[in-house]
Design a protein around this ligand. Structure first.
Ligand SMILES: Cc1cc2nc3c(=O)[nH]c(=O)nc-3n(C[C@H](O)[C@H](O)[C@H](O)COP(=O)(O)OP(=O)(O)OC[C@H]3O[C@@H](n4cnc5c(N)ncnc54)[C@H](O)[C@@H]3O)c2cc1C
Length: 824
């Protein structure tokens, strides 16, 4: 602590045009706090000509003493002359601390005064406090990546500057406060300049900035002077002020007075929108008081996202024009941000399920709300994570994309796959969702692939047959994107006698069929089976599951309907150990994820015309199924790799819980890693080797997609086996008493004692149950037969590979003629 004997805390009271600068009053506010805590006296120093009125005003802000140097020779500010006066005064009175504003005039004065006094100076402080007699001066350093605490232990006064807005002024009068007139002559040769003409230009925007309710700030990421107009337009559209980081000022896009931060202005708006701003501490020091922070940045790792309430990952030139368009259409900022930047919230998604007509049964019971019922809520929670990821800057650009139909940001699961990059994102997103949930969010991906298959198929039909299916699909898709629905897909028919075509079955309902065609729609009857994630879906997209002939025309049908459409009844299938769904504790290791499969029964369901995308065009059914398999079979490699990642992690955990190190199992772990990357990479290869369809969609390569499917039906099973091998019998047999037994007061302590290894019993049990869940429980995705059987995939590899060309290669290299082959 310092004390009165040791010296005072001085604040230099800068002023311009007859008014005290706000920063001077704010520094007095901080000085008063420091004085109260340290026992020092707070004093203000005022220099100028005819400043008596200002001296009286200063008394209202807490100093015990106001020292005034009032002289006609100090009429015009000069950093050299004022520094000489200030340093002279300080030399005479020896204050402990001297604080000044950080604006250019005060900064120049502070630097000169410090040099004259032979002391240190910390510029642009964002905090000040005492540690004993030392003033700890906090300054953002190294591009704002650290907060440096600077002290000046050997020289006095301890000098610091701080920008306007960093500290708060307090109107308080110290009893007995006095004004002391000081005389201080200018050293020889120093003259203050004589001004002949003063022209004051209003800096309108900068004036508004500090007090603005809305601030739209641009950074270096805005990219150009031309793009800077977007920042200005957005500020204008919102009635806000334009702010900037330092680089745009250096580039000449923004004015110096627009700079926000430790060396610029401090703003405290209701809403701050930072565009192309990384979020370095020097800048964020000026926005800490903002109520709501919105960050727009193409880099999901930009630090500004960490302090943002809303983050939009995207380019300036993509996001800002879209925002402007929404605002122009009369939307509020919140709605515009939402429409541009993200999709439904998890809560909105779950609420939408709660509003649906109950039509799903399990265990003889009608499920009222799939988001709440124990039989289905885990799969809903898993799907809800897609909505959470869409708002998470780390994942947003993967889980969402820009609709080519509307220019809005939408869920990727409702997009048309239009490029190899879209296909990569497909694989990566599926891997991510498996990483986040440990399993399949199948209520979305089959729907996505069916819609994409029908996107190109309807385009072909419209061009070749003159139908309007593609137009209908486009309209429906636009609305699905806007509503951000969860869409499941349904292809698999019950199929009856496997060797008989649909129309030859004893029961004609073994494949879903059209039973009536009306002016305004169609009526369908039959079933779709083994449909994944339907309990988590808002709508279901239906298409044929097989190639069809003319006699099967009634079975060539595709449409999308709400899950709760009248006439549709759904029965959930059992999954392994599903009676554990109602259990608590480690019996149920995963609460946000799980697969459900269901039977869908269509009992004369009416489908409105605008939702029908194929009606008896049997010639196109086979091709549509083929097109479904392409994105599905290439991206499923990402799914199983994502679950494989979790299995690798769980294997390492169980090894540690058992007291072993994973290096004992290194070979097995490496095998698992190779399996993961193989399926992932072959899927990516299928994407690269694909080709565009005239409808704009991208078709992955059929050979590689189907090779991947065969890998997917084999390699993950090896990974599961290796996981069980590492985990031991505990996980393989699931030989762990129930959580209820574990807690039993009579014998629970015995289970706990004998289940313990290196880790406590409960942790070991939880990891083992997770492995059981991943390798044979409800975490196992249907990768063997999902999207078609491995045998079907092998047949496609055979059919699509150019084997004749391969034979020609061998003949040419080996000098084997056709004649010699025939024995000639
Ligand atoms: C003593 C000192 C004082 C300083 N005082 C201040 C101060 O008061 N105020 C201040 O602002 N700075 C100040 N600085 C500079 C500060 O440290 C940072 O360098 C500055 O804030 C970075 O500005 P930026 O975020 O605009 O630029 P960068 O850090 O270069 O960030 C640009 C961002 O734009 C993103 N981007 C790139 N292209 C696009 C695109 N097409 N669409 C969307 N986003 C895109 C990038 O991902 C990146 O995150 C000071 C520095 C020092 C040394």
């Amino acid at each position: 602590m310092i004390n009165k004997e040791q010296g005072a805390i001085w604040v230099y009271a800068s002023h311009s045009e007859g008014r005290l600068d706000p920063v001077a009053l704010e520094l007095l506010g901080k000085g008063r706090q420091l004085a109260e805590l340290s026992g020092a006296v707070l004093e203000a120093v005022l220099i100028g000509d005819r400043v008596g009125g200002l001296a009286k005003e200063l008394l209202e802000y807490g100093p015990a003493v106001v020292r005034v140097v009032d002289s006609p020779s100090l009429k015009t500010f000069s950093s050299a002359a004022y520094a000489a006066v200030l340093a002279g005064l300080a030399g005479a009175h020896r204050p402990e601390v001297l604080l000044l504003g950080a604006d250019p005039r005060n900064a120049a004065l502070a630097a000169r005064a410090a040099a004259r006094l032979g002391t240190g100076l910390s510029a642009h402080c964002v905090d000040l406090k005492f540690n004993g007699a030392n003033l700890v001066q906090t300054v953002p350093g190294f591009g704002g990546n650290i907060m440096a605490n600077i002290v000046c232990p050997r020289h006095r006064p301890q000098m610091a500057t701080a920008a306007a807005g960093v500290f708060a002024a307090a109107r308080v009068r110290t009893p007995g406060a006095v004004i002391v007139r000081e005389s201080c002559a200018l050293p020889r040769g120093l003259r203050t300049p004589k001004l002949q003409k003063v022209q004051v230009r209003a800096a309108a925007e900068s004036h508004d900035l500090a007090g603005a309710k809305i601030v739209v700030a641009g950074g270096f990421g805005v990219g150009s002077k031309k793009n800077w107009e977007l920042v200005e337009k957005l500020a204008k559209a919102l009635g806000g002020a334009v702010g900037s980081t330092r680089p745009p000022v250096d580039q000449g896009w923004a004015k110096p007075e627009q700079m926000i931060g430790a060396s610029g202005k401090v703003v405290k708006p209701d809403v701050y929108i930072g565009i192309g701003i990384s979020g370095m501490m020097h800048h964020t020091a000026g926005i800490r008081g903002a109520r709501t922070i919105v960050a727009i940045n193409s880099d999901p790792k930009a630090p500004l996202f960490a302090m943002a309430d809303y983050g939009i990952v995207g380019s300036v030139s993509e996001i800002v024009p879209a925002l402007l368009a929404h605002l122009k259409a009369g939307k509020s900022l919140e709605v515009a941000l939402k429409d541009v930047g993200w999709t439904r919230t998890e809560a909105e998604y779950k609420e939408s399920l709660g509003r649906m007509r109950p039509n799903i049964y399990k265990f003889n019971r009608l499920i009222k709300n799939t988001a709440e019922d124990p039989a289905t809520k885990r799969t809903v929670e898993g799907h809800a994570q897609i909505f959470a990821a869409a708002r998470d800057p780390r994942y947003q650009d993967l889980v969402t994309t820009i609709s080519h139909l509307s220019g809005k940001r939408i869920s990727r699961y409702l997009s048309v796959i239009r490029s190899p990059e879209d296909m990569f994102a497909n694989s990566k997103m599926k891997r991510l969702m498996f990483n986040l949930t440990g399993t399949c969010t199948g209520g979305r991906c089959a729907g996505w692939a069916t819609m994409n298959a029908m996107w190109s198929t309807t385009w072909d039909m419209d061009h070749e047959l003159g139908t309007d299916y593609h137009k209908r699909l486009k309209k429906w898709l636009l609305s699905a994107q806007e509503r951000d629905i969860t869409l499941s897909g349904a292809l698999t028919d019950p199929k009856g006698h496997r060797r008989l075509a649909p129309s030859k079955q004893a029961d004609p309902d073994m494949f879903l069929r059209i039973v009536a065609k009306r002016k305004n729609g169609i009526v369908v009857r039959g079933a779709k089976v083994m449909i994944c994630g339907i309990a988590a879906a808002n709508e279901v997209f239906v298409m044929p599951g097989t190639r069809l002939k003319a006699s099967d025309a009634d079975y060539a049908v595709s449409f999308a309907i709400p899950r709760d459409t009248p006439g549709l009844t759904i029965v959930e299938a059992r999954h392994a150990s599903d009676d554990r769904d109602s259990e608590e504790g480690f019996d149920n290791p995963v609460t946000q994820g799980g697969i459900t499969q269901a039977y869908l029964f269509f009992e004369d369901v009416f489908v409105p015309k605008e939702r029908v995308f194929m009606c008896r065009e049997y010639n196109y059914a086979g091709e549509a199924v083929f097109r479904f398999t392409l994105p599905y079979r290439s991206a499923i490699g990402g799914c199983v790799a994502g679950q494989g990642d979790v299995m690798v992690g769980a294997s390492m955990l169980i090894a540690r819980a058992n007291g072993l190190q994973e290096k004992v199992f290194r070979d097995k772990l490496v095998r698992m890693l190779i399996n993961n990357e193989t399926t992932f990479a072959v899927g990516l290869g299928a994407a690269v080797m694909g080709k565009p369809h005239p409808s704009g969609s991208w078709m992955p390569d059929p050979v590689l997609a189907n090779v991947n499917k065969v890998h997917v039906a084999t390699l993950p099973y090896e990974t599961k086996r290796l996981t069980q091998e590492i985990a031991g019998g505990l996980a393989e047999t699931g030989c762990i008493p129930a959580h209820r037994d574990f807690l039993d007061t009579r014998y629970g302590h015995l289970i706990q004692k004998y289940l313990k290894a290196h880790s406590p019993a409960e942790v070991r049990a939880r990891i083992a149950r997770l492995i059981e869940w991943l390798t044979m429980g409800p975490g196992v995705p249907g990768c063997m037969h999902g999207g078609g059987s491995p045998d079907g995939a092998r047949m496609t590899v055979y059919a699509e590979s150019k084997m004749d060309e391969m034979m020609e290669l061998a003949k040419r290299i080996g000098n084997i003629s056709d004649a010699s082959l025939m024995g000639g």
